[in-house]
Design a binder for this molecule. Structure first.
Ligand code: SAM
Length: 386
């Protein structure tokens, strides 16, 4: 417990560093490079997936993400004028799609807190990939507002949702979200999403040692055969406020070993290039994947870095382009949106930045001995989007 009489301060590491300017070379009228439907970075990684944070606010205070002591009423959340408007987001998204993006995920903060999010979804749903297909349009939510909003989200054109849920034990879950939010309401949200046709639904569980690792098996039992894909995420050293320690991480290998004490599992192939989760299917008596029983996934960004095929870019709430979840700085696309730059300039800037991309934080972290993360001033996940 923090001492309420103690002076309160926000550590320097929690302040957003200045944005990176757009490289001039990308904006020179004579050398502008239009989008050509496929971009590769310095390591040959294609740009396929865009995550857009639509708000830096959340109604949960999960200690591993937005600890109450830091994200209180004095926290300097972004003012409304700093946020990209829906029109600005859609304009940037369109340029990304012209560069080959096929999947857009809305996130945050809690994306369902952004007023009229359905309008943004409608705008994004009208975009087509360079091959002329609809985008894979999805959203990650804590589920608290899903029961109320699932139908409207589907009607607006959202295809599916990922819901975060860290356990089924009500006391454990209430303590992890730290706002006393009940499990039953999230489960109701998941059901509403299913009823609305927002599937296949994924449920993400961040596993923290000594906090909710005893919930691994009950969660698997609950979702097995339900059509929901449960995914276990290693607790990551994102941001600078969650006090991350390697000892708190439950490696995915341990999660799988624990599950195998009760369930027969077989490794499945990735369903898409650059997929974050390693898939495991429940097997039948013949040792064959039983599709009706379904599958689970593990996301091992700490113990098995997957930078090698990372095809994700991130657009922060205020329009900065980040090339890695663990980056400390992002490129200021908002300045281009607001200074009269036209679409070819915007597309050229995005292309230039991606082509120069070298990031592979998780691989490098794996090579370090320290168990406290790199200590770099990484931005918070609530700002950059999970
Ligand atoms: N509010 C939404 C939600 O709860 O899903 C979207 C934003 S949240 C930042 C996205 C995902 O990141 C959630 O599944 C959350 O559990 C996960 N997350 C946040 N901090 C994390 C950490 N330190 N390690 C692993 N996952 C984390």
């Amino acid at each position: 417990m923090s001492d309420p009489s103690a002076p309160r301060f926000i550590p320097l590491v929690n302040q957003r560093p200045a944005a990176l300017g757009i490289p001039q070379a990308a904006l020179d009228r004579h050398t502008l490079r239009p989008a050509q439907g496929l971009l590769a970075d310095t390591r040959g990684r294609e740009l396929r997936d865009l995550r857009i944070s639509v708000t830096d606010r959340c109604n949960f205070r999960c200690s591993y993400c937005m600890p109450k002591e830091i994200f209180d009423k004095n926290y300097p959340y972004l003012p409304h004028a700093s946020l990209l408007t829906f029109e600005e987001i859609t304009r940037v998204a369109k340029m990304f799609v012209q560069h080959g993006v096929q999947k857009i995920r809305l996130t945050g903060g809690e994306p369902l807190l952004r007023k009229n999010i359905e309008i943004l979804i409608e705008q994004l749903a009208s975009l087509k990939t360079v091959e002329g297909h609809p985008l894979d349009l999805t959203l990650t939510t804590n589920g608290s507002l899903l029961a109320r909003k699932a139908r409207a989200l589907k009607d607006a054109g959202l295809q599916r949702v990922t819901v975060s849920l860290d356990g089924l034990d009500d006391a454990v879950f209430r303590s992890m979200n730290d706002v006393d939010f009940p499990v039953a309401d999230v489960l109701e949200g998941i059901q509403a999403a299913k009823d609305a046709g927002l599937g296949p639904i994924k449920v993400n569980m961040v596993v923290k040692r000594g906090t909710n690792d005893h919930e691994i098996i009950p969660m698997a039992r609950h979702f097995k055969g339900s059509g929901v894909v449960l995914r276990f995420i290693e607790y990551m050293d994102v941001g600078a406020t969650n006090g991350w320690r390697m000892n708190d991480v439950v490696p995915s290998a341990e999660v799988i070993a624990k599950l195998q004490t009760e369930f027969a599992l077989t490794a499945l192939d990735p369903s898409a290039p650059g997929e974050t989760a390693q898939r495991w299917g429940y097997t039948n008596d013949m040792g064959v994947h039983d599709k009706a029983a379904g599958e689970i996934g593990v996301i091992s960004s700490v113990t098995q870095a997957f930078c090698g095929d990372c095809n994700r870019a991130r657009l922060s709430t205020e329009g900065r382009l980040y090339l890695c979840l663990f980056a400390s700085q992002g490129y200021d696309l908002r300045s281009l949106l607001r200074d009269g730059s036209d679409d070819p300039m915007l597309a050229s800037a995005i292309g230039h930045i991606w082509r120069e991309r070298t990031d592979r934080y998780s691989e490098l972290r794996g090579a370090q001995a320290a168990d406290t993360g790199s200590g770099a001033r990484r931005v918070e996940m609530s700002y950059i989007g999970g």
